[in-house]
Design a binder for this molecule. Sequence first.
Ligand SMILES: Nc1ncnc2c1ncn2[C@@H]1O[C@H](COP(=O)(O)OP(=O)(O)O)[C@@H](O)[C@H]1O
Ligand SMILES: [Mg+2]
Length: 372
Amino acid sequence: MAQLALGNVSKTYRPRGKEQVQAVKRVSLDVKDGEIVALLGSSGCGKTSMLRMIAGFEEVTEGTIRIGGKEIHNLPPAQRDVAMAFEGYSLYPPLKVRENIGFALLRERGASADIEKRVSHIAELLEITDILDRYPTVISAGQQQRTSLARALIRRAPVSLLDEPMSQLEPQLRAILRARLKDYLIEHKMTTVFVTHDQTEAIALADRIAVMEKGELQQFGTPAEIKQSPSNLFVASFIGEPPMNIFDAAIASEGNAVAISGLGPNGEPAFRLNAPMEAANGKRVCLGIRPHLIEIGANGSADATGRVITNHWLGDQSHICFEIGGCSVVGVTDKPIDARAGDALPVRFPLGAVHLFDAESGRALAHGLGQR
Ligand SMILES: Nc1ncnc2c1ncn2[C@@H]1O[C@H](COP(=O)(O)OP(=O)(O)O)[C@@H](O)[C@H]1O
Ligand SMILES: [Mg+2]
């Protein structure tokens, strides 16, 4: 049984005197017991609205939310067994950091020695031991954020919801705390949904990622599934840095084979497949390939010639921007490439690395195109 299950959940805000906003559209999501799930998407796509509905701070407009099989979406927040770290921290100003963190345990009538021990432990984990006796108004935003995170984590609630829990931290500290947070969540088998707009954070922390855009769930899968088999053009271009190269192309059936022609002047990039693709025949498609899977400077068997626009060595990899048939393409290599702007470079697109999408709907048609 899923620990947390959202069934066709929608949220429409109807602010007085303003246009209504459909913030979440029919989202269904099953989070397993002890699973860590990331809600990933750009600002305004409905992530906070989702968390607030699960916690009970916003009503669902339509749909159901269950925890352990029991419908909870009509219960008040205190009866939902959910702990939440808010995007805006919401600390109690009259209470010291230490009291803010321990407050919920006190309310649950924990023994005070035990509470103290747990507060010190979580404070150490999040590097806020030195501010435990300060008040929220005199600590930095990053410290407030960690206090809020500590207050949610310490409860080890059946479901924990963390809204952008580390957005205020500088990258180094964020990377360290990310690893500790993951260990803590796993150690206590905490079912967790966290919100982030940072794909590195989502990939590093989550068992599965829910990619959202404009209130809709685009794909729900493991980091590897989302990266290797993006379900549509949005997910394909949203995940991965630098983003996937996307070309407009056309597919034409040739007996038992299929030719894919790029829309460049010489039809670059062009491929021939051995399997007929009925679903795609005659269709306008988008062809995608990730920058680090393009083979640059390939000897023989090149698919196209690229004209170098820029070539930068970043210390551990090269980012090369080149032009093929009017399209600009980015390639990444782990070795420096000896080429300057204007040079011609042979380029190969390994078939296994090519994705096809329906140009109209954006839906994925194929991931990897088999053998040439
Ligand atoms: N209380 C509210 N009243 C009206 N519109 C809101 C309210 N809260 C959020 N929204 C709108 O709903 C959409 C989703 O917001 P939100 O869930 O905060 O997104 P995210 O957390 O992904 O940035 C946005 O367009 C936002 O402006
Ligand atoms: Mg938000």
